[in-house]
Design a protein around this ligand. Structure first.
Ligand SMILES: [Zn+2]
Length: 138
């Protein structure tokens, strides 16, 4: 991940795109989830703005390569996905790529998907079908 402290953002005070400096994210050290909100300060007028991390991420990767929906596997929690796999999530109506795979201490498999519209989302995978049926019934 890029460590750049600066982004170009539309400043509400300058009414133009300015260089903004990262002043801090609402994140605890060692937290697994990326911060949802981050503070940026306009280097021109010095006003601070609380920006959505997802928005910032999108602006950083200005020309993101569009994911071809026809190449995506439909997401289903019973399936197992590979790193880099393109998936389509019907519930979220978004496409993304698997960027991380994990297994929690209680044995739940998860994937982190970087969605085009929604940003990073953690989803579960490899859920035994029986468990799903039980959960649905209860
Ligand atoms: Zn400004």
């Amino acid at each position: 991940m890029a460590k750049s402290k600066y982004i170009l953002h539309q400043c509400a005070y300058c009414h133009k795109q300015t260089k903004m400096e990262l002043v801090g994210g609402m994140q605890n050290e060692g937290a697994s989830e990326p911060p949802q909100k981050v503070w940026y300060r306009c280097t021109r007028c010095k006003h601070s703005a609380l920006l959505d991390a997802v928005t910032v991420q999108k602006e950083k990767n200005g020309n993101v390569v569009k994911i071809d929906r026809s190449e995506c596997l439909e997401y289903s929690k019973e399936k197992v996905y590979a790193l880099g796999q393109s998936i389509y999530h019907a519930g979220l109506d978004d496409v993304g790529k698997v960027i991380k795979k994990d297994k929690t201490s209680n044995g739940v498999h998860s994937i982190t998907v970087s969605f085009e519209k929604l940003g990073e989302r953690k989803l579960i995978e490899n859920v035994p079908v029986d468990t799903t049926a039980e959960l649905a019934a209860s």
